[in-house]
Design a protein around this ligand. Structure first.
Ligand code: CU
Length: 312
């Protein structure tokens, strides 16, 4: 009898040991994956580690641009594109619904969940907002840059209309604050669907100048694969160079999306205007075609200029 009890106890002990061992392994693996996601791109955007450079590289000899007091919103570093995964650095983009009738006003609701599947409720304010949401159709049309609001339970919501049928990509770009106060800059992406006949539009030809809402927007600079190069944007209105205003703490916000996989590059400008122009540092990882989206503000209105960029 005592042998049986002892045997049972031994089995329980073994089971317990296995469970504990498994948990430790899971935690180590999770941490390792987090490190790979954040650190594999050369960044330090792992929970508990805060990087003053925002987890991406700046070219030698150039000043850092504005990331405020926290890590950048990029979620990736150096030459790697982000937003390709629904989970990164232990954080998961969890939409409550992903289907939207085309052309009808709807509401996107989602949570950011941590490695324990708990909704995250603490976010650092980066560029004036705790959450930046980018939505674009798979053919790179219909770009939207939105700022959802969060309920106390960690559920974010924002009005959203997917104008045309197709598969759309949504990127959540945020800096989560962990229980220990550590901050992780993350970009995660998920597909949304507007059912119906998808008629993809070809990417417009590469150009360094475009018009939007009566403004002519042009840029100078020669992006190259694997290099960080300056891009300087100039906005002209009816009366010459337009007076750019700060929007979300900067004179402009530039997002670059890669054709093919919609890899996400988020770049930020120098703090101050240079001759009335807004200057960015852009690191493009690989040859290919990209669509650039520049948000800028003039006369209290925000406009978005779009460019196709080919990297040879
Ligand atoms: Cu934003």
């Amino acid at each position: 009898m005592s042998d049986q009890v002892s045997a049972v106890a031994d089995r329980s002990t073994i089971r317990l040991a296995l469970v504990v061992g498994g948990l430790v392994l899971a935690v180590l693996l999770g941490f390792g994956l987090g490190r790979l996601n954040g650190g594999g791109t050369g960044g330090t955007a792992t929970a508990g580690v805060s990087s003053s450079t925002g987890g991406h590289t700046h070219p030698p000899g150039t000043g850092v641009h504005d990331h405020g007091a926290v890590t950048s919103t990029d979620g990736q570093a150096g030459a790697e594109a982000g937003g390709l995964s629904v989970s990164s650095s232990g954080y998961t983009f969890a939409p409550l619904a992903t289907e939207f009738p085309a052309g009808q006003p709807g509401q996107l609701r989602f949570q950011v969940r941590d490695a324990q599947s708990r909704p995250v409720t603490r976010f650092a304010v980066v560029h004036d907002k705790p959450m930046h949401l980018i939505v674009v159709r798979r053919d790179l049309t219909g770009y939207q840059h939105l700022h959802p609001t969060m309920a106390p339970d960690g559920t974010w919501s924002v009005p959203l209309t997917l104008a045309q049928p197709g598969v759309w990509r949504a990127y959540a770009d945020f800096t989560a604050v962990a229980d220990d106060g550590g901050q992780a800059a993350v970009t995660v992406g998920v597909d949304l669907v507007a059912p119906g006949g998808y008629q993809p539009r070809p990417l417009p030809k590469p150009a360094t100048s475009t018009t939007v809402d009566g403004f002519t927007v042009s840029y100078q600079g020669s992006p190259q694969a694997g290099a960080t190069v300056p891009l300087t944007f100039r906005v002209d209105g009816a009366g010459g160079v337009a007076a750019l205003e700060r929007y979300l703490g900067a004179y402009g916000h530039l997002v670059a999306l890669r054709e093919g996989d919609l890899g996400y590059l988020h770049v930020h400008p120098e703090l101050e205007l240079v001759d009335g122009q807004v200057k960015f540092w852009l690191t493009v990882p690989d040859p290919g075609r990209y669509r650039l989206y520049l948000d800028f503000q003039v006369g209290a209105n925000v406009h978005t200029a779009e460019f196709t960029l080919t990297i040879p």
